[in-house]
Design a binder for this molecule. Structure first.
Ligand code: CMP
Length: 488
């Protein structure tokens, strides 16, 4: 409990204490009847004797009740101070965590019962135990009235002893699911995925079965999708595995599992089992995975199945495609600086040989260290070239429409030098080794401009590394490009 909360909690009991103390010393004496000796009292007429007895009784009750009120407010202050001392100071030091609210509540309840017992005994000579055991009727009334309350209290105590879940865990109970925010002597407070607060009483928790996803646990989720029977499961699984590899909030280890769940009526049903970094973000993560699958399917020419069991006759209709036609592809390639020297025929051959792919924002197009035998031209969108710096991705360049990448590995045979990630939905044209070799055979001078580009990109990659004389590096590259493609 913070000190400002403690101050707030103490404010009213302290004010009440001051008020009752004032009443006791200023107001209550005004009720005191004149002190009379027994002889004086007997000498009074009967009417005045009765009046005096009434005044004495009023004074007695005003005095006693004010004292009880003062005592109660003082005890309030004492219980709150003691609670703060034990549960905000001692408990966190000894246990290293916050004190559970149930223990605080129990402490207060026991303390108040003791105070009431003390007041009954001291002022009215009544024993609480004897009162409860002696009066069967009172016991029945109290038992009935407190049935639910006591049920919750005892369920709360057993919850604390069992500890099936803790604050911060994600639990599902009945139709409610959310993160546990607190467990009091009455109920558990759950914050749902819609940011609503649900209070589930302890006795209900004790009755129902609870599913717990502990805070520090690797909690798994299932996401379902389907594919046509005509697609090979090996291909589908491979495509989906690659597509979801670097999805946010999906743990790298254990790696997601993709498997066939069912051979359905009209489709092969698959499931992805993934382990979430933060289980509360499950809906966003499931949605992102489905999005990644859609794009990966599209790139790989895979299709989801239509839900039908009867004969499905479809007249083929031209499907709007993201891929551009040959003319626009040729236009895109001629606007790429590298291919500017090519003639119309060569450009159109290159356009025919290229394949168009669409990537979702954040998807990796090239992974550093992979083998590469093709290069890419950005047709629509943007990509970020990234290297790993102290374990964190760092962008060294952003390439837009008409820029090319992936040429380093293609022309030198070395592994990919950087990650290339789609910065938005991006369409790229992939040109393979064979097509480029063909172009080099007829345009050997392209090797020079490529050598220069690669040399300056390498310099950009090695921020502080000695890259040597750029001209020398570029000359070395040009001859290795020529060697790689078998040119003289
Ligand atoms: P490659 O090594 O095949 O794969 C990663 C690609 O990122 C690389 O080819 C280049 O095309 C590109 N790349 C690397 N460094 C830079 C840079 N400094 N500027 C622009 N592009 C780069």
């Amino acid at each position: 409990m913070s000190s400002s909360r403690l101050k707030k909690q103490l404010l009213w009991p302290l004010l009440a204490t001051a008020l009752f103390a004032l009443l006791l010393y200023l107001l209550v004496p005004a009720f005191a009847p004149h002190a009379l000796s027994v002889e004086q009292l007997r000498a009074l007429p009967e009417l005045q004797q009765a009046q005096h007895a009434r005044d004495a009784a009023v004074y007695f009750w005003v005095n006693t009740l004010t004292k009880i009120a003062l005592l109660l407010s003082l005890m309030f202050v004492a219980v709150r101070l003691l609670g703060a001392f034990f549960f905000d100071l001692i408990f966190p030091i000894r246990k290293g965590r916050e004190a559970p609210s149930l223990i605080r509540d129990l402490f207060s309840i026991v303390a108040y019962i003791l105070i009431i017992a003390f007041i009954l005994k001291h002022y009215f000579a009544l024993s609480l135990g004897a009162l409860l055991s002696g009066s069967a009727l009172l016991g029945v009334i109290l038992g009935l009235a407190l049935q639910d309350t006591l049920g919750n209290l005892f369920s709360g105590i057993s919850l604390h002893a069992d500890k099936p879940f803790e604050v911060g865990d994600f639990i599902t109970i009945g139709r409610h699911a959310g993160v546990v925010e607190s467990v009091t002597w009455r109920a558990a407070k759950i914050r749902t995925l819609n940011n609503h607060v649900v209070l589930v009483s302890n006795s209900q928790i004790a009755k129902e079965s609870i599913e717990v996803a502990p805070r520090d646990n690797a909690n798994a989720r299932l996401v379902f999708f389907n594919a046509l029977y005509s697609h090979s499961p090996t291909k589908v699984i491979q495509v989906v595995r690659d597509a979801i590899r670097e999805t946010e909030n999906v743990r790298r280890a254990p790696a997601p599992v993709i498997r066939i769940r069912n051979l359905g009526d009209f489709a092969v049903d698959y499931e992805i089992k993934y382990w979430a970094e933060d289980y509360v973000l499950q809906n966003d993560t499931d949605a992102l995975l489905r999005q990644r699958i859609w794009y990966a399917f599209k790139r790989a020419g895979l299709s989801f199945a239509y839900p039908t069991q009867t004969l499905y006759i479809e007249r083929p209709t031209p499907v709007a495609s993201l891929a551009a036609d040959e003319e626009t592809l040729t236009g895109r390639l001629s606007a790429t600086g590298l291919f500017a020297p090519l003639n119309a025929d060569e450009l159109s051959q290159l356009a025919c040989a290229s394949r168009s792919h669409t990537y979702a924002p954040g998807e990796t197009i090239i992974r550093a260290g992979d083998k590469g035998d093709s290069m890419f031209v950005v047709h629509h969108g943007h990509v970020a070239v990234q290297i790993t710096d102290n374990g964190q991705p760092r962008t060294v360049a952003t390439l837009g429409e008409g820029d090319f990448f992936g040429e380093m590995a293609l022309f030198t045979g070395e592994p990919r030098s950087a990650h290339v990630v789609a910065a938005e939905e991006t369409e790229v044209l992939e040109i393979g080794h064979e097509a480029m070799k063909h172009i080099f055979d007829t345009n050997p001078h392209l090797a020079e401009s490529l050598g220069e580009t690669i040399a300056s990109r390498r310099a950009g990659l090695a921020a502080s590394a000695e890259t040597g004389d750029k001209k020398e590096v570029s000359a070395g590259l040009i001859s290795s490009i020529k060697r790689f493609f078998g040119l003289d």
